[in-house]
Design a binder for this molecule. Structure first.
Ligand SMILES: [Zn+2]
Length: 60
């Protein structure tokens, strides 16, 4: 099962099968695993992905 990783620094998302090498390929920051499965995430529209990420990371 693929996992969704998100880079809060440059807004990049990537999908990884293992918890290794989670550095962002764009800015080399450490990426954060999202609490959503790859299937659920890819099922979301672009806007809903943004809403999801905003709700996860927009709390501060
Ligand atoms: Zn990044």
């Amino acid at each position: 099962m693929l996992k969704v990783y998100y880079c809060p620094k440059c807004d990049e998302t990537t999908y990884l099968q293992y918890d290794t090498n989670t550095d962002c390929r764009v800015c080399s920051s450490e990426m954060i695993k999202l609490d959503i499965s790859f299937v659920d995430y890819t099922d979301l529209s672009v806007q809903k992905r943004k809403d999801y990420i905003a709700s996860e990371f927009g709390k501060h």
